[in-house]
Design a protein. Sequence first.
Length: 308
Amino acid sequence: MRHFLTLKDFTKEEILEIIDLAIKIKKQTKKGKLKPYLKDQTLGMIFEKSSTRTRVSFEVGIHQLGGKGLFLSANDLQLGRGEPMKDTARVISRMVDMVMIRTFSQSVLEEFAMYSRVPVISGLSDSFHPVQLMADYMTMVEYDKAENAVVAYVGDGNNMAHSWLMLASKLGFELRIATPKGYEVDAGILKEAMNFAEQSGAIITIGNDPKEAIKDANVVTTDTWVSMGQEAEKAKRLEDFKGYMVDDAMMALAQKDAIFLHCLPAYRDYEVSEAVFEAHADEVFDEAENRLHAQKGVMVWLDDHRDN
Ligand code: CP
Ligand code: NVA
C-alpha cells in the first residue's frame, strides 16, 4: 500500500504516470464521461488548518469518482480533546477507504500513515504541499512549459518552496529559488533534493536575488509571505520581504511568454502585484481547477496500488 505524503517517496516515472492519469481524468470529466473509479468509497478528510481549495477539490473529486467525502474538522473530533493521532488513525482507517490530512507537522502525517489501514494523502503540512505541486506541474504541461522548464520561485522558503525542490529534483528540471536572508529553505530538505538532482540532472540554484532567479525563466511562482500558523510574525515578515513582490518589472525579466503560478490564496501587492495577478489570472485559476483533477489522479493511483 502506498501513501502520498511527500514527492520524496515517488519516482519520476510514478509522478509522470499520475500526471498522465490526471490529464486523462480531466478529459473524461469535461466530456461527462468520468468512470466511477472509486465507486462507493469514502474519503475521510481531516483538517487541522483552514482551507478553500483543498477541501472543495477533494470533496467534489471523490464525489465525481463515485464515492463520498467526509469532512472532519480536528476541533470537532476527539483529537481536539487529546485523543492520540495513532488511535484516531486506527479507528478512522477501519471505517473509510482513504484519508486526506491537512496538519502542521509532517511527523503527524507519518504517524497517521504508520497506523492506517488505508492510503493517506497529505493536504499540506508545514513542510510540504505535494498535491498542489501535482496540479502545478499539470498546468505547466497544459501551457507547454514542462519541457525545458526553468522555474523561478520567489518568496518564502516554506512548504511550497520545499515542494518545488522535490518536484524539480525528481523530474530533473531547472529551479531557482530566491528568498530574503533568514527565510531560506530548510537545509535538510535542500540536501535531499540535491541528492535527487544528482540522479535526475536537475539544476537547482538557491539565492537571495529575485531578479537573478526570474531572468529568462518560463514559469514564475510565489506564495504568501505569512503562512498559516505564522500570523504572529506578520508585521516583521511584511517588512523583511520588501523587494520580493512579483510585479511587472520582475515579470519583464522572464521569458516573454512565461506563465505565473500561485497556489492561492494570493495577497495582492505583497507577494504579487494586482497587475501581474490579473494579467495571469487564467493560468492561476486553471492551476486552481487542476487541484480537482490532479487529486482525482492521486486517489485513483493510490487505489490501484493497494496490496489486495
Ligand atoms: N492552495 C491551497 O491549498 O488552498 P487552500 O488553503 O484554500 O486549500
Ligand atoms: N504556504 C501556505 C500555503 C497555503 C496553501 C501556507 O502554508 O499557509
